[in-house]
Design a protein around this ligand. Structure first.
Ligand SMILES: NC(=O)c1ccc[n+]([C@@H]2O[C@H](COP(=O)([O-])OP(=O)(O)OC[C@H]3O[C@@H](n4cnc5c(N)ncnc54)[C@H](O)[C@@H]3O)[C@@H](O)[C@H]2O)c1
Length: 275
């Protein structure tokens, strides 16, 4: 269903790799709601993923950019304004990667070159993106910038590894930069803390299947899907949420406020009886 919530709005969507990506679903929903956008991803993702298919489907252009490179981001923002014919109303940062996770390095055995690369891609890229947008005065007043986070920023999830620290860093950048963007340009900046979601990045986390099933059983409304995350993001890009800023917004079916659910407790008790 479409409510035309983003009619006339223009934006940039980072991070659509394949049809499972949260950014992919968001691009489709934004289009349905009347928004126009440029798609971007790292040059290597152009070869690995299927972003061209999404571009065709949503009638949008792709500008490759490594989100850790200022030159790439400057080119992206300039070209996007040319293509879209004006300033930007919304930006989705849906980027995450830990080299320690990829290489199977335990949290207590980190390779710090990997650690640095991970926080550059997963957190500092958000600062870099906003700094380029800010300096170029590329955002319209009452624009909205959203990045995607995960609850391991606040609570311990051992296999999430250094991504937990990267997400804490990301959420802090949203608040700190959000202050200046709000004061100087009336732009809001928020993070959405999303349920575990079966995507390429999600499934890279060790024990993901157990993790996602556990979260689903703990949450009174069940896990939030990528499509539901896209819906929530659309609401944050719309004019219905103008005064929401500097927030980390949990979108997780209630998981973040649960202690234990009866379902989880019962399975534990059964497990005990069987022993
Ligand atoms: N999947 C989950 O369980 C989950 C839960 C909460 C939050 N998130 C977050 O959602 C966001 C989107 O991830 P997803 O789950 O849709 O997975 P995904 O693998 O589809 O998307 C991750 C994207 O990051 C891009 N990327 C990596 N390095 C980059 C770089 N240097 N420059 C530009 N782009 C780069 C990848 O190409 C990819 O498109 C990430 O921030 C992720 O941490 C995911």
């Amino acid at each position: 269903m479409s409510y035309n919530l983003l009619k006339g709005k223009k934006g940039i969507i980072f991070g659509a790799l394949d049809e499972n990506s949260i950014a992919w679903k968001t691009a489709e929903r934004v289009k349905e709601e009347g928004g126009e956008f440029v798609l971007t991803n790292a040059p290597i993702a152009m070869r690995m993923g299927s972003i061209q298919e999404l571009a065709k489907k949503t009638n949008s252009e792709i500008i490759p950019a490594d989100a850790t490179k200022i030159d790439d981001l400057e080119n992206l923002v300039e070209k996007s304004m040319e293509i879209l014919g004006g300033k930007i109303d919304f930006v989705l940062h849906a980027i995450g990667m830990s080299v320690n996770v990829r290489k199977g390095k335990h949290y207590t055995e980190q390779n710090y070159d990997f650690t640095q690369k991970g926080w550059d891609i997963s957190a500092v890229s958000f600062h870099k993106t906003m700094q380029v947008l800010y300096k170029k005065e590329a955002m319209n007043e009452w624009g909205s910038i959203v990045a995607l986070s995960y609850m391991a920023a606040q609570r311990v999830f051992p296999d999430y590894n250094d991504m937990a620290d990267n997400k804490a860093f990301l959420e802090s950048i949203a608040r700190s930069f959000g202050y200046f963007f709000g004061k100087d340009h009336k732009v809001r900046v928020n993070t959405i803390s999303q349920s575990p979601t079966p995507t390429t990045a999600g499934q890279g986390v060790k024990g993901f299947d157990g993790f996602i099933a556990y979260a689903d059983k703990m949450s009174p409304l069940g896990n939030a899907s990528a499509l539901e995350c896209a819906d929530y993001t659309v609401s944050l890009f719309s004019d219905l949420t103008k005064k929401v800023t500097l927030q980390n917004l949990f979108h997780d079916g209630g998981f973040s406020n649960m202690g234990v659910s009866l379902e989880v407790m019962n399975s534990f008790i059964k497990g005990q009886e069987e022993q």
